[in-house]
Design a protein around this ligand. Structure first.
Ligand SMILES: Cc1cc2nc3c(=O)[nH]c(=O)nc-3n(C[C@H](O)[C@H](O)[C@H](O)COP(=O)(O)OP(=O)(O)OC[C@H]3O[C@@H](n4cnc5c(N)ncnc54)[C@H](O)[C@@H]3O)c2cc1C
Length: 370
């Protein structure tokens, strides 16, 4: 196992971070708890719901994602799966107040199923995984018969002849994680300026607009974590639209995320506390930031209904859309460009990769600022 990154040996710096989404917020936390002075700037309010970080399903799926990614993402995901429980424990230890909401985190694997006419989608997915997975991880993909599917998820008993179990995969409630981090950043004294649109980044200077005023700050080091908001600076950055439904449905109980294979789309249903489910997600090569379309709602909704008819009574709590920030190779990256660090390209596996990626950025910063 890779040893944890020790950042305390760095001299304390004043670090300015543009963007308080998933990457910016995680990085601010790790730097602040290591003793650095952090200023965090974001154009939105901290509880805005329209960022990729807040729209995401936050499934932690190194195995399932390997079917659509590569060994780099798999390695980051594998390392992050070790770090997530530590990070969550550290966050809870940081603010033991009874008001602080515990972050829902589960690591009970993923169930993959397909309806009988769609078995070829399932076979293809299985072969792809077996082909791409390192031999040492192949036993984490287990074929299930109908009885084993029913034993794992009693709600799905009798509905599927077979399935796959992806052992060790997890999920967390992203809204709880983002809210808990915000509380902790306040406690650690991070200066967080909301409503600041950053427009210019230099090696030690950040400029932006706040309402009708201009903001101009000098720091020791600048990190750009604006996700798709950095498109004008990173040539190969694109937005990939994703839409999700959040529903509540006391009539169905699932223990773990369920993926439904289908020739046109891959549906996932991630259970959350209080009978809620995140249902997603569309994956459209489009930078449209408009509201969820009727077509997407119908496709996600009918796939959900086909998983279990009791979902027909689900209440729609929220429909949301956001752009996943992706680089041409679809891998996350930490890049130094003109003296400014960029953490970007988290695409569809930001939660999966964030802990390992943030640690690796801190390590790189440490090498350049010993
Ligand atoms: C539908 C959907 C489902 C997903 N599901 C999963 C999943 O199951 N598992 C998983 O691992 N990942 C998932 N993801 C991916 C994950 O959400 C992203 O990879 C991650 O949120 C990207 O993090 P980020 O910090 O780069 O960008 P963001 O989270 O978008 O944050 C960027 C921040 O920068 C701010 N900003 C932008 N421009 C400016 C500016 N000019 N000035 C100041 N601030 C600015 C924004 O307000 C925002 O707060 C999903 C994403 C989507 C959209």
């Amino acid at each position: 196992m890779t040893p944890p990154v020790v950042v305390n040996s760095m001299r304390p710096l004043h670090i300015g971070i543009a963007g308080a989404g998933l990457a910016g917020r995680c990085l601010a936390w790790r730097l602040a708890r290591a003793g650095h002075r952090v200023t965090l700037l974001d154009s939105r309010q901290r509880d805005a719901l329209d960022t990729a970080a807040m729209v995401a399903a936050a499934m932690l799926s190194p195995l399932a994602e390997l079917a659509v990614s590569d060994a780099v993402v798999f390695a980051l995901g594998k390392r992050s799966m070790e770090l997530w429980p530590q990070w969550i424990a550290e966050l809870h230890a940081g603010h033991p107040s009874p008001d602080a909401q515990p972050v829902y985190f589960r690591q009970q694997g993923t169930l993959v199923v397909a309806h009988a006419p769609d078995q070829s989608s399932m076979s293809h997915f299985t072969r792809l995984l077996q082909h791409k997975l390192p031999a040492s991880h192949r036993d984490q993909v287990q074929a299930l018969d109908a009885a084993a599917v029913a034993a794992l998820e009693p709600a799905l008993a009798g509905r599927f002849h077979s399935g796959l179990y992806l052992q060790g995969e997890g999920q967390l409630a992203n809204d709880q994680w983002m809210a808990a981090l915000a509380l902790e950043l306040d406690r650690l004294g991070v200066v967080w300026q909301e409503g600041v649109t950053v427009h210019t980044l230099e090696a030690q200077r950040i400029r932006g607009t706040a309402g009708s005023g201009e903001l101009d700050i000098t720091v020791d080091l600048v990190v750009d974590a604006r996700g798709f908001g950095s498109k004008h600076l990173l040539n190969d950055l694109r937005g990939v639209r994703g839409e999700v439904l959040r529903v509540s449905c006391p009539g169905v109980v699932l223990q773990r995320p369920v993926r439904l294979m289908h020739p046109r789309y891959m549906l996932y249903v991630a259970p959350r506390p209080d009978h809620q489910f995140v249902v997603g997600a569309t994956e459209l090569e489009s930078e449209d930031t408009g509201a969820v379309t009727l077509r997407s709602m119908l496709e996600l909704g009918s796939a959900l209904y086909s998983l279990h008819p009791a979902f027909g009574e689900a209440r729609l709590e929220r429909l949301s859309a956001a752009l996943r920030p992706a680089l041409d190779n679809d891998r996350p990256a930490c890049l130094l460009q003109d003296g400014v660090w960029h953490i970007n390209g988290l695409y569809r596996h930001g939660y999966l990769c964030a802990p390992a990626l943030v640690d690796s950025l801190i390590q790189k910063i440490q090498e350049t600022h010993p």
